[in-house]
Write a new protein. Structure first.
Length: 431
């Protein structure tokens, strides 16, 4: 059921219930008013009955016309009051009242007759009957009064119950409405809040609690679909951002063409090698390489051929050294190799490096073959024979700083280049 329908039904039911109770209260109030009026009539009739009783005795003693007229006037008023009264009036009260009139007329007729013992006896008999009927009427009116009091108490009790029932009913309706709102509104809203918070913090998104066929149920299902799509987009965006950050980080430390460490990462690796050497007392070495005949390849076949050669040189250098060593590209055709974890003895370490440089030299001297695409012409195969001039520096710990090591290796490389190239030159110890 839709929440709007529930609210309309609850409000309509509350209004109908309150109106019904208000109508009942009005009817009870009218009845209490009628009972109050009847009680007033009862009191007046009781007074009139008492006066009739007194006038009856007065007439019986003196037989005055004044007393008879007053008796008839009070009797007529009493009959009028009994005839008007409706609430709880006993059936026999009006009959007793009417019989009083007949008995008094007979008493009055007997009083007009000739004096004698028979007249006195008849007057006494009629007076006794009249007094008996007056007592019966009095008892009937007293019973009527008691009945009115009982009805008034019952109606007042009912009125109080109705008056109490209105706030109780409203309270129950409010509690029921609060329960419905909690189940159908507050809990789904709390679930939506949890979802929104999870999406805002990038956490896994739980499903909404409300699957009802109402407005919040529609909102929950639509938000579920939106959250799934949003989380997927966020994950894609995060993955793309992480990939971009990794690329930026990679570009910050690696050279894009050969994917070798650049100068920045070279300095970090060189620092690590120096720190390790200081701890374990082993020598390290740095080899500075400059390719021979590289310019001729670029001039003859363009930079594409040169780039392909640089990529191949990077592969050959990487395959020639150990996993703990570092190969970096620091310039156009300049490479640096950092060798760590050599031997503690300098001469033995120098022999190790000499073997490795010879291996590198032989590897780089191997012919370089590649196929170049020519726009509008047939592809051509390029063969290049090169080599490299190498300058080597042996060091241990922090006896030299990084700039000094690179400078010494660069000088040694130039000596190898001046000696004809395609060879290695070691920097002197005291260089």
């Amino acid at each position: 059921m839709r929440i709007r329908t529930i609210l309309i039904a609850a409000v309509s039911g509350s209004i109908a219930a309150v109106l019904a109770l208000a109508l009942i209260s009005g009817l009870l109030a009218q009845r209490l008013s009628a009972i109050s009026q009847s009680q007033t009539q009862v009191h007046r009739i009781m007074k009139e009955v008492t006066e009739l009783l007194a006038l009856t005795h007065e007439y019986a003693m003196y037989a005055e016309d004044r007393a008879a007229q007053q008796w008839k006037q009070r009797h007529a008023e009493m009959l009028a009051g009994l005839s008007v009264a409706r609430v709880g009036r006993p059936v026999d009260a009006l009959a007793h009242a009417k019989s009083l009139g007949d008995l008094f007329l007979r008493l009055e007729d007997v009083g007009k007759g000739a004096a004698g013992e028979l007249k006195v006896r008849r007057q006494q008999l009629l007076l006794g009957q009249l007094l008996t009927n007056v007592r019966n009427l009095s008892d009937s009116v007293m019973g009527w009064s008691d009945l009115l009091v009982a009805e008034q108490q019952r109606d007042e009790r009912n009125f109080h119950l109705v008056a109490l029932g209105i706030p109780v009913l409203l309270l129950l309706l409010l509690l029921m409405l609060a329960f419905v709102l909690r189940q159908r509104v507050l809990r789904p809203l709390s679930s939506l809040h949890t979802q929104v918070t999870a999406v805002a913090h990038g956490r896994p998104v739980p499903h909404s609690a409300s699957q009802a066929k109402d407005e919040l149920g529609d909102l929950s299902r639509n938000f579920d679909a939106m959250a799934v799509k949003l989380v997927a987009e966020l994950r894609t965006e995060i993955a793309e951002r992480k990939h971009a950050e990794e690329q930026i980080r990679h570009l910050a430390y690696y050279e894009p063409l050969t994917n070798l460490p650049n100068r920045r990462l070279l300095y970090d690796r060189l620092h690590q090698a120096m720190a390790s050497s200081k701890r374990n007392g082993r020598h390290c070495a740095l080899i500075f390489l400059d390719l021979d005949n590289f310019k001729s390849l670029n001039d003859a076949h363009g930079h594409d051929a040169g780039d392909l050669l640089l990529v191949e040189i990077a592969k050959r250098l990487t395959n020639s050294v150990r996993g703990v060593d570092t190969v970096a590209r620091v310039g156009g055709d300049e490479f640096v190799v950092v060798l760590s974890e050599l031997l503690a003895d300098r001469d033995q370490s120098a022999s190790q490096v000499a073997v490795l440089t010879e291996k590198i030299r032989a590897t780089l001297c191997a012919p370089f073959l590649t196929t170049l695409a020519q726009e509008g012409n047939a592809d051509i195969t390029v063969e290049h024979l090169g080599g490299a001039s190498m300058g080597v520096v042996l060091f241990k710990g922090d006896e030299m700083n990084q700039e000094q090591i690179l400078k010494m290796a660069d000088r040694a490389m130039y000596r190898a280049k001046q000696a004809g190239g395609n060879q290695a030159a070691f920097a002197p110890v005291a260089d």
